[in-house]
Design a protein around this ligand. Structure first.
Ligand code: SAM
Length: 284
């Protein structure tokens, strides 16, 4: 066992950092798209970094994967067809497939190496990859949504890296317009929308681009995510038609037929209780 040391990620845009005590680097691969590293920590299990940014730890990934899947799926009236853009660690896919009503879930990540590393070091996140309803494919999500059949999807989940590099084109009007075209009536788009504490301008830009693309209603739900910049993260839900996104299938969420570590109907309600700092910035 190597002597423990510290692995830090400095967040230049927030003037902060996050550190984990680690024992050794377990693996590293430079794919055609990004550099993927896996570390072993003393207290947080395995850690995946992409281009130096912490993506997933064994210990705290549940906050993110549960909120990115269950909040939109319980907001939709009856989600059957789900597309995940990104999500290569497969944790969001696993959560989506916990919903018995989901008939088809397609995960389209640009980088196969992320999934291969997740299969090796985070097998618990990949436990549903062989579900007959699942399709795990590798392509640019921009192209996937551009070619998606009109009105073929109920919920699109954009579980991507930050809006730089290959993910940059997942945060603009053209991409959102393709998402809107692919959604059925009642359809929802949800996207990881970074930190409300440090990146509210990005959230405003995303919502504006979604609106310019034709989405009608929006709601940004904050939640904790310790290993991400500031530890306070969010997802933004956009609706194809005007609707009240503070309403969701509460009874179904209360009666959910699966265990979670964070998401509950009460947590969902809490995430909808907009803190003043967000309401003021979002004009809500
Ligand atoms: N939870 C993380 C976060 O909020 O930053 C995201 C985790 S997931 C590993 C991010 C994934 O987005 C990566 O696997 C990356 O390959 C994928 N990705 C980035 N750009 C993409 C694109 N244009 N199309 C599809 N997947 C993309």
């Amino acid at each position: 066992m190597s002597k423990p040391t510290w692995l830090h990620e400095n967040f230049e845009h927030t003037g902060s950092a996050f550190g984990l005590r680690v024992t050794r680097k377990l693996d590293e691969v430079q794919s055609p798209f990004q550099k993927i590293e896996i570390w072993e920590s003393t207290d947080w299990g395995k850690v995946m970094l992409i281009d130096g940014a912490m993506m997933v730890t064994t210990r705290d990934n549940f906050f993110y994967h549960e909120m990115m899947a269950h909040a939109p799926l319980y907001t939709h009236a009856d989600p059957k067809d789900v597309v995940i853009i990104g999500g290569g660690d497969c944790g969001t896919l696993r959560e989506v497939l916990r919903h018995p009503g989901v008939q088809r879930a397609v995960q389209c990540d640009i980088d196969e190496q992320v999934t291969r590393m997740a299969e090796k070091y985070f097998p618990e996140l990949c436990e549903s990859n062989n579900d007959p309803r699942a399709t795990v494919m590798f392509d640019d999500g921009i192209a996937y949504m551009a070619n998606a059949a009109p009105e073929s999807v109920d919920v699109i989940i954009v579980d991507s890296t930050d809006p730089v590099g290959p993910a940059e084109g997942l945060f603009n009007r053209a991409f959102y317009a393709n998402c809107l075209k692919a959604l059925r009536p009642g359809g929802l788009l949800v996207q990881q929308s970074e930190s409300p504490l440090a990146l509210m301008d990005l959230i405003l830009d995303m919502r504006r681009a979604m609106q310019d693309a034709g989405f009608a209603s929006f709601r940004t739900l904050p939640f904790p995510q310790p290993c991400y910049p500031t530890g306070w993260w969010s997802c933004t839900i956009a609706a194809r038609e005007p609707r009240d996104l503070t309403r969701f299938r509460e009874a179904d969420a209360e009666a959910k037929p699966f265990d979670t570590q964070y998401y509950t109907a009460a947590i969902h309600r809490g995430a909808l209780a907009m803190p003043p700092i967000m309401a003021k910035a979002l004009g809500e």
